[in-house]
Write a protein that binds this ligand. Structure first.
Ligand code: SAM
Length: 286
């Protein structure tokens, strides 16, 4: 018994999102594509086979090609050749959404540049799941991927992100969490709110939220296992309160049109254009 339907697929490259933990998080459309594509490719062919087995999708003699960071240059031509022959090619990374800190970027670019259809069957991603459960602002965020391994490089990496006017999201390996948080405290200070989200969608899912200094201390006392996303709230400078933004806007309106004043305040504060515009209209009336 399978939930997948065999469907007619247009020739092209299909990027499939796969579960980040719970196998049933696969979408019905991803299952249909897995059941129907002429060629399957995966970062980890064993994981994909397992997922297909769980959902009763048979390979039925179709090719299942391994495509990952280390063999991409060698394997890409075979996948592009299949597209040239008018075939449908489905690609899945090991877990979550391909290209998001996972292989697929070059494959998508080359396929698109050669004029082929490149499309996505969206679904799970640790990035969005972590943001969703974090309790931190989601109106604006910056996905920074994995920070560098060496502490010095990591700190300069964080320094480059200190002024980003949005929630910062990092992928992290469990045994580096405490070191990364300690470096974050050095760069961002101890007060920003931060979150450690672990094993999302799995049995031991855990979300810890505290000020950065406190979270760093908590995590330094634990030996973490599993998969982890770290999130850090936007900095104070970016999260100016309403009074401060109103004063900046008042000043800007003295020498600029409403449109220009609003644009410059949006850029300087990270506030939403709609809110700043509304504030400008109110100030104009006063
Ligand atoms: N492409 C994937 C996605 O869309 O989320 C991410 C792949 S990246 C190689 C793997 C990293 O994602 C892990 O080191 C961890 O930071 C994060 N991750 C993946 N699954 C997770 C989960 N269930 N809970 C928390 N973080 C997870």
């Amino acid at each position: 018994m399978t939930a997948a339907n065999r469907v007619a697929l247009a020739p092209g490259l299909y990027f499939l999102a796969t579960p980040i933990g719970t196998a049933r998080d696969i979408t019905l459309r991803a299952l249909d594509i897995l059941a129907s594509a002429d060629v399957l490719a995966a970062e980890d062919t064993r994981s994909l086979r397992k997922l297909m087995d769980i959902h009763g999708v048979a390979l039925d003699g179709r090719p299942l090609i391994s495509y990952h960071d280390h063999n991409g240059a060698k394997t890409r031509p075979a996948l592009i050749a299949a597209l040239e022959q008018g075939k449908s090619v489905a690609y899945a990374s090991e877990a979550g959404t391909p290209l998001i800190a996972d292989p697929g970027y070059q494959l998508g670019r080359v396929a698109r540049e050669a004029g082929h259809l490149v499309t996505a069957a969206p679904g799970p991603s640790a990035l969005l799941s972590a943001l969703t459960v974090s309790g931190l602002a989601t109106d604006s965020f910056f996905f920074a991927g994995f920070a560098p391994n060496a502490s010095g490089q990591r700190q300069s990496f964080f320094r480059g992100l200190a002024e980003v006017p949005g929630t910062l999201v990092f992928y992290e390996s469990p045994n580096r969490v405490a070191k990364s948080l300690a470096d974050m405290v050095k760069v961002f200070g101890p007060e920003r709110e931060a979150v450690m989200a672990r094993e999302l969608t799995k049995k031991f899912e855990e979300v810890c939220r505290a000020q950065l200094g406190e979270l760093a201390l908590q995590m330094s006392e634990r030996k973490l296992k599993g998969e982890v996303v770290l999130l850090v709230a936007r900095g104070e400078e970016a999260a100016l309160d309403e009074e401060a933004v109103r004063n900046m806007l008042k000043d800007a309106l003295k020498s600029h049109s409403v449109k220009d004043a609003v644009s410059s305040i949006v850029q300087d504060t990270g506030w939403k254009r709609r809110d700043v515009y509304q504030m400008a209209l109110t100030l104009e009336k006063e």
